[in-house]
Design a protein around this ligand. Structure first.
Ligand code: COA
Length: 143
């Protein structure tokens, strides 16, 4: 398996995963296109299996502060340790003085387990954060 920075040619694979894993996908083609073409603070990382993209992570970085905007693993590859591997590898890549923040749906037990295992700490909650009315937990990782 290979982890690398995503490029605009990866857009279709990324959007297909976004659509497959979320009931109400947030990212669409226009948003991702804009990210790849215009954004200097956002980066997509992809994980490949035999040259096929099977997951991705989107970061937003301002100096030493990083927000993880999205992490997703394609359905057939879920629950095989790949999501944890991608996030862990990403945390290895970032420099030593960074803090990483994210929001995770309180009901997303699997994602919460991964973040807790990788030493993200709960630092707050955003009530009714998601469009289904669910709360978000705010988590922080300090390297
Ligand atoms: C969240 C997501 C990225 C995790 O990726 P993944 O590759 O499936 O996860 P992993 O296999 O690396 O790890 C899953 C962990 O949850 C555990 N787990 C699986 N089902 C579980 C359950 N029902 N209850 C508790 N733990 C569970 C697994 O045992 C594993 O823990 P382990 O490392 O101790 O064995 C993936 O499920 C996904 O894309 N979900 C949809 C998008 C999403 O919710 N993204 C997160 C946004 S914050």
């Amino acid at each position: 398996m290979n982890i690398r920075k995503g490029v605009i040619c990866d857009l279709t694979s990324i959007i297909n995963i976004e659509k497959a894993v979320y009931n109400k996908p947030y990212w669409n083609v226009a948003m991702l296109k804009k990210l790849f073409i215009d954004s200097v603070i956002e980066t997509v990382w992809v994980i490949e299996n035999q040259k096929k993209i099977i997951g991705f992570l989107i970061e937003q970085r301002c100096d030493n502060e990083i927000n993880l905007l999205n992490v997703a693993i394609d359905r057939p590859f879920q629950n095989k340790g790949i999501g944890k591997k991608l996030i862990n590898h990403y945390l290895d890549l970032i420099s030593g003085n960074c803090s990483v923040f994210l929001e995770v749906n309180k009901t997303n037990i699997i994602a919460r387990k991964i973040y807790a295992d990788l030493n993200f700490k709960n630092i707050g909650m955003r009530k009714n954060y998601y469009n289904d009315g669910c709360d978000a937990l705010l988590m922080k990782y300090t390297k």
